[in-house]
Ligand binder design. Structure first.
Ligand SMILES: Cc1cc2nc3c(=O)[nH]c(=O)nc-3n(C[C@H](O)[C@H](O)[C@H](O)COP(=O)(O)OP(=O)(O)OC[C@H]3O[C@@H](n4cnc5c(N)ncnc54)[C@H](O)[C@@H]3O)c2cc1C
Length: 246
């Protein structure tokens, strides 16, 4: 309980993702039946077909493969942002069914923004004291509302902060992941979802390097699309991306 940190795991993904995408890609340009296309597909050709596909911007074949992530140690603030991505499936720890009622010193888990941590211990302690105060308010409403009957948690949670930790199981197909990484690995995205996106990108690159070969913010494979809003730190972003590929 107390402060928590980002944890993300790749729980499951479509078996042989590159094989599936390569067969789908090959099929589009072949007179053969599916069994023949599958049989003819050589390991060394998979990356070649996928590359060709990505170069042409023919992206529907990469929708055939999905990736499921277990995400913990993130805030409800991140939840509000990530669930804006509509081509995805989400299961989220419920604040209606899971009670956060606890002793004030062992209260709900929360995320402390790095910007606050940078200010020093005094400010972190102030933040922690505020979380404890919120825990008191939450406990108070749980007790009062429980006397009124069922459903206390769904209303007591109204006093919980954006900092409160949540846990998410999320599935996206590779095309949506491309889109997600483009927006959320970008320095314009908020720090928390950005850190999550980079961790996810690292995980999928390990299991499907050919599919995610050029996936990331625009500036790693071309120019920045943010115009006046550009972070101006393209070199830094490219260096981080290079490290990821190493
Ligand atoms: C830096 C940044 C700042 C942001 N600031 C704000 C903000 O201030 N306020 C705010 O409300 N949101 C904000 N957002 C969220 C943003 O507006 C999107 O809701 C979010 O990024 C999801 O992206 P999306 O809609 O492109 O993609 P997804 O929902 O992931 O969908 C993927 C793609 O599918 C297509 N698609 C999906 N649904 C439809 C549909 N119904 N009709 C047509 N095409 C569809 C679109 O091409 C879309 O790009 C911000 C996002 C970022 C990255």
């Amino acid at each position: 309980m107390g402060e928590t940190e980002l944890k993300v795991k790749l729980l499951r993904y479509t078996p042989d993702p590159e094989g599936v995408v390569a067969v789908a890609a090959r099929l589009c340009y072949s007179a053969d039946d599916i069994e023949t296309v599958t049989g003819k597909m050589k390991e060394e050709n998979k990356a070649k077909f996928i590359n060709k596909l990505l170069d042409m911007g023919h992206l529907s074949p990469i929708e055939h493969v999905s990736f499921t992530f277990g995400i913990e140690g993130v805030s409800r603030s991140l939840l509000a942002q990530i669930t804006r991505h509509r081509i995805a499936s989400f299961s989220v720890k419920s604040q209606r069914y899971v009670s956060e009622m606890a002793d004030v010193d062992e209260g709900f888990s929360y995320v402390i923004p790095p910007r606050i941590k940078k200010l020093g211990l005094e400010y972190v302690q102030e933040f922690e004291a505020q979380m404890k105060q919120i825990q008191k308010w939450y406990n108070y409403w749980c007790e009062v509302l429980q006397e009124e009957g069922k459903g206390a948690l769904e209303d007591a949670r109204f006093v919980l902060p954006n900092a409160a930790e949540t846990k998410i199981v999320m599935t996206m197909n590779a095309r949506e992941l491309y889109h997600f990484f483009r927006l959320r690995c970008c320095n314009r995205a908020q720090w928390e979802i950005r850190e999550l996106a980079w961790e996810m990108l690292k995980l999928v690159k390990k299991v499907a390097p050919a599919i995610f070969v050029s996936s990331g913010p625009d500036c790693v494979s071309g120019s920045c699309s943010e115009g006046e809003m550009s972070c101006g730190r393209i070199k830094e972003v490219r260096a981080r991306y290079k490290e990821l590929n190493a």
